[in-house]
Design a protein around this ligand. Structure first.
Ligand code: URA
Length: 231
């Protein structure tokens, strides 16, 4: 693949803009300054830097973001900054989207990608992907509440009770709750229906993807789409 085309696929602007970046000496390939936009590069094994920032060619982008509180999962946020403001411009230019949404005050694992199939596989409620949340409740969580969450709680506007796939008590006021549906405010509504109230919500896993412990709030990292997407 030619260097200008490679840069374009990775979100560094139009072909023309990418050619200009190379000609301006802003691009290194495998550590060596590149001045020829028509240079043939082995895309799959290519490491390059633009304006001093190192990148590796990725056909598709798969990211994990540790979402901080106070950010909205929308390109057009209403009251708070967007999670997309936490990503570099080249990833936004590639059309990276959030895989489902977290509430503004929810923290933790948010997957992002520019692979439509991946996004659909991990956000569609029909695929029943397990999503694991650490819930801090306002009141002590009783055995009855844990049992109700596991048996299924009736939510307004839902025809059937919704059950947690798992519910483990972490301490007096905290549980780890696994749900497999993707409904609006699901965890908060389930906990309320069980007779308690969510004070803080933190997502630790989506399907096989676990929030890396080293990822600070507001930071993102590349992930490998290790497991086949659920059918
Ligand atoms: N359930 C909620 O209530 N909020 C979230 O952000 C995610 C799941």
């Amino acid at each position: 693949m030619k260097l200008d085309r490679l840069l374009q696929t990775q979100g560094f602007g139009s072909r023309r803009e990418c050619r200009a970046r190379v000609l301006a000496g802003r691009v290194l390939v495998d550590g060596v300054a590149a001045d020829d936009p028509d240079l043939e590069v082995d895309a799959a094994n290519c490491r390059f830097s633009v304006d001093g920032v190192e990148w590796r060619y990725r056909e598709r982008a798969y990211l994990a973001l540790n979402k901080p509180a106070g950010y909205e999962c929308s390109h057009r946020p209403q009251f708070h900054p967007s999670v997309f403001s936490l990503l570099p411009p080249s990833l936004l230019a590639r059309g990276v989207q959030a895989v489902g949404r977290l509430d503004e005050d929810t923290t933790g694992l948010l997957l992002l990608s520019d692979d439509g199939q991946f996004i659909h596989a991990y956000s569609s409620g029909k695929r029943r992907v397990p999503k694991v949340y650490e819930v801090s409740a306002k009141h002590a969580v009783s055995d009855e509440q844990v049992a109700a969450l596991l048996a299924g709680v009736q939510l307004n506007d839902e025809p059937e009770p919704i059950a947690a796939a798992d519910c483990v008590r972490l301490d007096e006021k905290r549980i780890r709750l696994t749900v497999t549906e993707g409904k609006y405010h699901l965890v908060k509504r389930m906990v309320a229906a069980a007779g308690n109230r969510v004070e803080a919500l933190h997502r630790v896993a989506v399907g096989p993807y676990v929030l890396p412990q080293t990822l600070a709030p507001g930071q993102w990292q590349w992930i490998e789409p290790a497991a086949p997407a659920p059918a």
